[in-house]
Design a protein around this ligand. Structure first.
Ligand SMILES: C[S@@+](CC[C@H](N)C(=O)[O-])C[C@H]1O[C@@H](n2cnc3c(N)ncnc32)[C@H](O)[C@@H]1O
Ligand SMILES: [Zn+2]
Length: 379
């Protein structure tokens, strides 16, 4: 395997040089390394630094480590005691070399099935960064994690409803491919995590949950407490969506009754869930994280985390361009629409999910009227 040494954050890492003949995915190399996930790792370094700031003794498991780049950065830039595990020989050898390259004494490399590692031991913080779905690792991770779960999922098609059957198999929930599909993906994953934690009498508090170009990412604080686990499950529920007019409704509960027909246009409603209807983020944590990202010079993630901190706590969003298209009009800047909604007494905010989307508590009918009103104004 041809390798080279790169620097990411303050950490030097020997990584495979991609074979020129095979373009993407980088998973075709003997050891996986994807430079495009740098921002994902920057956010992890800063978020875990915030989470463990008063507890430098916390242990961290990079359960699917490949080159070890993630765990090495947490050990070097966050100072935590880190275990990196991967079941491939080539990966184990590279991680061992990379620990030496950085003179780290707070790291352990192991070559084992991640599920066995998590069944055998508990860790304060566990990071799952699999190829595709984290579903095969969720049960052991929820059992093993004491304080924080960090999960990446790149199987966005099953999570967001484009591959519905795979979504149902992996997450025991029905995803729907709506115009807010990235949020659907985040909430389907969060729902699966909350229900899996509950099996182990644990509750989750989402600190930061986001969708980026090709993945979904979740940081959830974990607490073992039966009462809190019961409370946590109250955030589960269903979203009912009308593909006729775009109306949507949601209801908390695991055995709910929802109207079959759309109250706006009479079309049959489609149901998604069970999924997480609760908060996606803790705004205090996001605020602290912004300071940490700034301090470390991780500029690329600032906009994303600020948008997460500032978005309304409503379990779906609207695509402004799609709404305008359905009305046959041209979209104005999103900020103008948000201001108009607020003027009419509705809540409204941008969302990190997309630059042309927004969150509001206005119903689809009121919303369309306001958009039409804006289009008639002279500009
Ligand atoms: C997407 S890569 C990890 C990337 C890495 N965390 C990073 O930030 O660059 C997934 C890794 O999981 C490993 N893997 C897959 N299934 C595993 C299992 N059951 N136990 C241990 N390792 C596994 C693969 O060998 C691969 O190296
Ligand atoms: Zn309808």
């Amino acid at each position: 395997m041809l390798t080279r040494i790169i620097t990411e954050g303050a950490t030097r890492v020997e990584v495979p040089v991609p074979d020129e003949s095979s373009s993407f995915p980088p998973s075709s190399a003997a050891v996986f390394y994807n430079p495009a996930m740098r921002m994902n790792r920057d956010v992890a370094v800063a978020a875990i630094a915030c989470f463990s700031k008063n507890n430098p003794e916390y242990t961290y498991l990079d359960a699917l480590s490949a080159s070890g780049i993630r765990g090495l950065r947490i050990a070097k830039e966050g100072g935590l005691n880190t275990t990196m595990s991967d079941w491939e020989d080539a990966s184990f050898e590279l991680v061992t070399k990379n620990i030496e390259l950085n003179d780290l004494t707070n790291c352990t490399a192991i070559k084992r099935n991640a599920n066995v590692v998590m069944l055998d031991d508990s860790f304060d913080i566990i990071d799952l960064d699999p190829f595709g779905s984290p579903a095969p690792f969720l049960d052991t991770a929820c059992r093993s994690a004491k304080r924080l779960l960090c999960i990446t999922a790149t199987d966005t098609a099953p999570l967001c409803g484009a591959h519905k059957k795979a979504g149902i198999r992996n997450y025991a929930a029905v995803p729907l491919k709506t115009e807010y599909y990235p949020e659907m993906g985040v909430r389907i994953l969060m729902g699966a995590v909350a229900r899996t934690l509950a099996k182990h009498d644990k509750a989750m508090t989402p600190l930061l949950s986001y969708a980026s170009a090709h993945y979904v990412r979740l940081f959830a604080a974990v607490k073992k407490d039966i009462k809190e686990a019961d409370e946590c499950l109250k955030n589960m529920g269903f979203i009912s969506h009308c593909f006729g007019c775009g109306a949507r409704e949601w209801k908390n509960g695991l055995a709910v009754h929802m109207e079959e027909k759309c109250p706006v246009c009479g079309h049959t409603m489609s149901l998604a869930g069970p999924l997480w209807l609760g908060r996606l983020h803790d705004s205090g944590f996001c605020g602290e994280l912004l300071g940490e990202l700034e301090k470390r010079g991780f500029k690329e993630a600032l906009k994303l985390v600020a948008a997460c901190r500032d978005e309304l706590d409503i379990p779906m969003h609207y695509d402004y361009h799609k709404l305008c298209k359905s009305l046959g009009i041209t979209a104005m800047p999103t900020d103008g629409l948000i201001a108009a909604l607020r003027e009419k007494g509705f809540q409204a905010s941008r969302t990190h999910f997309s630059g042309i989307s927004f969150k509001t508590d206005a119903g689809v009918e009121e919303l369309k009227k306001i958009i039409q009103g804006l289009a008639q104004l002279p500009h």
